[in-house]
Design a protein around this ligand. Structure first.
Ligand SMILES: [Zn+2]
Length: 515
């Protein structure tokens, strides 16, 4: 999927989608102009899978006045990811889940604001086709909707004025599943089952749309809360802090849990874990709760969970105060995936690294680099992954006294002899290559940058970056680094981050490296 279109075509498509102000009449069956109809496609759009209708005034046949929110956020590499026309401020989910049948029932409440310049007559949410939508309301009034593939197209009873409040409620149910390959060659993500019969949601860039309707792009961050009802004996953990007051009555033989995160995050950072896990609680020195969930018989998890506090202390000494009001980890044990992901406040650890604190350092570092400062587009992923990977270097320098220059020179010796190591750039890489070179070439480039800038300036960059930015691009990082260094780092950044070959000799050994 990564080579659907070439890059100029994708950019042009994103522009078309972002500026679409179509006036085609709404038709209920089969001929609603799919957002994909503007693609240079050789196959017809598939038939809609679900069509819903509100009362007559909002039904088919009403003149289509106003603008359509685009079916993509405008990301050149993932043109269908996210949507346009609105900005979400909060997701509030009220769901029930039965692990035995994998059946999920939910009502999602979205609080948003209309961002289109003209009145918004139609907008999209991302929701995988494994979910069946039964009703949608917009600002309290039933709305028409059409669910086609992973796009839920909603048509409110009347166009929504620019900058007006948009409150959407979606009732749906289904059997959530893994989204294979994501989009554009991205990794799998979505809803995973555990060996112990439970389930958890994780994935990057696609996961949230597997279990709730969402503007699935990190460019739209929102607060998140979930109230989950399960059969007695099962437990639920999610992002943020547990809420224990004013919970609904779950009914006989059932338990209810509510989790809430009040700081806005990208949707791939939301998660839920339902299982018969054990909860381990500690606190940071400032009182911030550290709450971890350890799946049944998961070896090594308790030891790793206990390292979270020390890891946060060390990383905060470089990156500034820990940016969330909760911390912890989720250790679901075996499942069909091996994923470690920096889900907000509570990373998920299922990968093959359960023996090493390095993975905790990496995922906790993301709470600053990726979660507090969020990507504007996926091809800027280095501002997440390069830094989280380099955080592991800093940890070992801090805790074990590792000589990082020696480590860098060792790795450079093998990298110099390997042209393939440099083939994938750290910025604007081809779609589907976001999660490759950033993990090994990334820290090498950042250690070179540290030597180029000098320790004082580089550590200023590390500390000030999370405090300065909310959404950011790599260009923002480059400009910020140049500002902190007091000189133009452009040629250096081009060679080390954007190039596809070994950096030229005059830029290869900055500072004391290679002496
Ligand atoms: Zn990472």
């Amino acid at each position: 999927m990564r080579a659907w279109f070439n890059r100029p075509a994708l950019t042009a498509l994103a522009l078309i989608l972002a500026t679409c102000s179509c006036t085609t009449s709404w038709t209920m069956r089969g001929s609603l102009p799919s957002p994909k109809a503007v693609l240079p496609s050789t196959s017809p759009s598939p038939a809609p899978s679900t069509i819903g209708s509100a009362a007559a005034p909002s039904g088919p046949g009403r003149p289509d006045v106003g603008t359509h929110g685009s079916a993509g956020f405008g990301d050149p590499d993932y043109p269908e990811s996210g949507n346009g026309g609105y900005d979400v401020e909060s997701y509030v989910l009220d769901l029930s889940y039965d692990p035995d049948s994998n059946k999920l029932r939910s009502t999602a409440h979205l609080n948003a604001t209309v961002t289109s310049r003209e009145a918004l007559s139609r907008f999209n949410l991302d929701l995988q086709p494994t979910m069946n939508v039964s009703a949608v309301t917009v600002n309290g009034t039933a709305a028409s909707f059409l669910h086609e593939e992973a796009e839920l197209v909603v048509r409110p009873v009347a166009p929504l004025e620019p900058k007006s409040a948009l409150v959407v409620e979606v009732r749906y149910s289904g059997m959530p599943a893994v989204v294979r390959g994501g989009r554009g060659g991205a990794p799998d993500g979505g809803w995973y089952r555990t060996k112990s019969g439970g389930a958890f949601a994780a994935g990057q860039p696609i996961s949230a749309s597997a279990w709730y309707p969402v503007n699935e792009h990190p460019g739209d961050t929102a607060t998140f809360a979930v109230t989950a009802t399960v059969a007695h004996g099962w437990k639920v953990i999610s992002n943020g802090l547990p809420q224990t007051t004013d919970l609904p009555n779950p009914g006989h033989g059932r338990s209810v849990f509510r989790w809430q995160l009040d700081q806005p995050i990208a949707s791939y950072l939301t998660t839920i874990y339902i299982d018969t896990f054990t909860t381990v609680e500690e606190t940071l020195r400032n009182g911030t709760p550290i709450i971890s969930a350890i799946g049944p018989d998961v070896e090594g998890a308790r030891e790793l969970a206990s390292r979270t506090s020390a890891v946060i202390d060390v990383l905060a000494s470089y990156f500034g105060p820990y940016p969330f009001d909760a911390a912890g980890g989720i250790f679901p044990g075996e499942s069909s995936t091996h994923i470690d992901l920096e889900t907000a406040t509570r990373p998920i650890y299922t990968g093959a690294h359960m023996h090493s604190v390095d993975i905790v350092v990496h995922e906790v570092a993301h709470q600053w680099f990726g979660n507090s400062v969020t990507l504007k587009r996926w091809s800027d992923i280095c501002i997440n992954e390069c830094f989280a990977s380099y955080a592991v270097w800093l940890w070992h320098e801090n805790v074990d006294g590792t000589d990082l220059n020696a480590r860098w020179e060792r790795q450079m010796r093998s990298a110099i002899a390997d042209p393939a190591f440099w083939r994938s750039p750290l910025v604007a890489m081809p779609p589907g290559e976001e999660f490759t070179s950033v993990y090994d070439r990334g820290p090498l480039a950042l250690h070179a940058l540290r030597n180029e800038m000098g320790d004082d300036a580089f550590f200023t960059l590390l500390e000030k970056w999370p405090a300065t930015y909310g959404h950011a691009s790599f260009d923002d990082l480059e400009a910020f680094a140049s500002r902190v260094a007091g000189r133009d780092l452009g040629p250096f950044m081009d060679a080390w981050f954007r190039g596809t070959t070994l950096p030229p000799e005059e830029l290869r050994y900055p500072g004391n490296l290679g002496q």
